[in-house]
Write a protein that binds this ligand. Structure first.
Ligand SMILES: NC(=O)c1ccc[n+]([C@@H]2O[C@H](COP(=O)([O-])OP(=O)(O)OC[C@H]3O[C@@H](n4cnc5c(N)ncnc54)[C@H](O)[C@@H]3O)[C@@H](O)[C@H]2O)c1
Length: 452
């Protein structure tokens, strides 16, 4: 009997030699030097100094299976694809407060003083540049370190100057912008966001529908710098940004880091659907006491976060395909600002499911997590993968990097496409993208060839 052929990728694999090796330094520019940003940068420095391990980072600790299960080939991801090394990373940022990264990290209260003091010489050299800020978009905070300009276009030009200056002073050969700023108030896209022409006109006319995060995004993409959005605000999830991203071959991705409660949701919900267990209700509530929690105490910022968190179940459970199981779900998400908890959030979930013959059951999840500890490795992976995307001919011009959905609560997709939220589908998509880029066979888990 002829040997069964293993399933080959339909897509043309990219030849290995097209993946350029990184040369020189990679500059990471962070609007919003708060808890997440400082935990990320302090962590990178601690790992570089051998003080701690990069736990939670796929690029640093993850492996990827290649070929058949019997082949025994599972290299580390960072050895399989040419990623920048941690020693190549250099940093800058913008914030409305003047604190350097050491002071900001102390105030954020995520990492212990003992560890922070060991990386203090490095952290204290990173000082925030003046921010583009609009109090109407983040009502709960205000600070002195803010740019002034005649128009939003003028502010965008100033950010572009900052970027050019950093490129020069740091000697970085490549740059990435990573939004770690506060969650901005909820808005919906308008005509101003539909094309470059309309957007630039709106910048010149100080259109109120242009949020500060969009100004950083515009400036970055105009400078050919990829942009990732860690918050749920629209920012790069707009036709104008897709246009710019493609034009300047600067990849984009977002929105909203998938860290605590939503991570759990996108693990549990696919399990219910896989076993055809019904769902009546899912009540999620959180207490957190960091600055993010304070900002989210404002209804405008909360609405942006709520939309991001609510979409997940609908997309995973597909109620239109399974109306008897998921046609009538009560889904509620609450965030309560509770200062004593600081960054150590507690997220409770009460889940009402039903099984065989409609019999009800309940699941309770109580996740005592550390928000920024979960977010920091995501930031690192996104920096390294976005840089890889820009060095890869097949990815750099496509705009949205859907293969990075794995990291987001509200993943961006091509217009008209629904997002994949299931964590394991997202991981398969990410790893298959890497296999594809290296000309390796995609793994479909068919596995019939083992039984020939
Ligand atoms: N930590 C998590 O698990 C997690 C998960 C998903 C999303 N996020 C999002 O990531 C973002 C950062 O979270 P965090 O915990 O570090 O919050 P944080 O409040 O500690 O830090 C945000 C920083 O952004 C600054 N800022 C606000 N507007 C700015 C602007 N226009 N320009 C420059 N700086 C600005 C603030 O001054 C603050 O220092 C938030 O939007 C949060 O919702 C965090």
């Amino acid at each position: 009997m002829a040997k069964r052929q293993s399933v080959k990728s339909e897509n043309k694999p990219q030849a290995d030699n097209e993946l350029q090796k990184p040369k020189g330094k990679l500059g990471v520019m962070i609007p919003g030097m708060g808890a997440v940003a400082t935990t990320f940068v302090a962590g990178v420095e601690a790992v570089r100094k051998g003080l701690a391990k990069p736990i939670g980072s796929l690029t640093q600790m993850g492996t990827i299976r290649l070929g058949k299960r019997t082949d025994g080939r599972s290299p580390r991801i960072k050895e399989f694809v040419p990623l920048a090394g941690l020693n190549d990373l250099v940093f800058t940022g913008w914030d409305i407060f003047e604190d350097d990264m050491y002071t900001a990290a102390r105030k954020a209260g995520v990492l212990e003083r003992d560890l922070l003091d060991q990386v203090k010489p490095f952290l204290s050299t990173i000082k925030p540049q003046k921010a583009v800020f609009d109090h109407n978009y983040v009502k709960k905070i205000d600070g002195p370190n803010v740019k002034k300009g005649k128009s939003k276009m003028d502010l965008a030009e100033q950010v572009r100057d900052d970027i050019r200056r950093f490129r020069k002073s740091s000697g970085a050969s490549r740059l990435i912008t990573m939004w770690c700023g506060s969650t901005e108030s909820y808005i919906e896209p308008t005509a101003a966001h539909q094309s470059l022409k309309a957007f630039e006109k709106a910048l010149r006319e100080n259109d109120e529908m242009i949020a500060p995060s969009m100004i950083y995004a515009y400036a970055s993409l105009m400078e050919g710098v990829p942009f990732a959005n860690g918050a749920p605000n629209l920012t790069v999830d707009l036709p104008v940004m897709l246009e710019l991203s493609r034009q300047h071959e600067a990849p984009i991705c977002g929105k909203d880091f998938k860290t605590g409660q939503t991570l759990m949701k996108t693990v549990l919900a696919p399990a219910f659907k896989a076993r055809l267990l019904g769902l009546n209700g899912w009540y999620s509530t959180n207490i957190l006491g960091n600055r993010d929690g304070e900002v989210l105490d404002d209804p405008g910022s909360f609405k942006t976060k709520e939309e991001s968190k609510l979409g997940v179940l609908e997309h995973i459970l597909q109620p239109s395909l399974y109306p008897e199981l998921y046609g009538n779900i009560f889904h509620k998400v609450r965030i309560n600002y509770y200062p004593p908890r600081g960054d150590n959030k507690e997220g409770w979930d009460n889940i009402d499911i039903f099984g065989w013959l409609g019999y009800p059951m309940q699941i309770k999840v109580d996740f005592l997590c550390r928000d920024s500890i979960l977010a920091a490795p995501i930031v690192l992976d996104l920096v390294l993968f976005l840089d890889l995307a820009q060095r890869t001919s097949e990815l750099r011009g496509i705009g949205i990097q859907e293969w990075l959905s794995f990291y987001f609560k509200s993943p961006m997709t091509a217009p008209g496409l629904y997002p994949e939220h299931d964590l394991f589908i997202q991981m398969m998509k990410l790893k298959n993208t890497l296999r594809h880029l290296k000309g390796e066979e995609l793994i479909t888990h068919l596995g019939l060839e083992y039984y020939d």
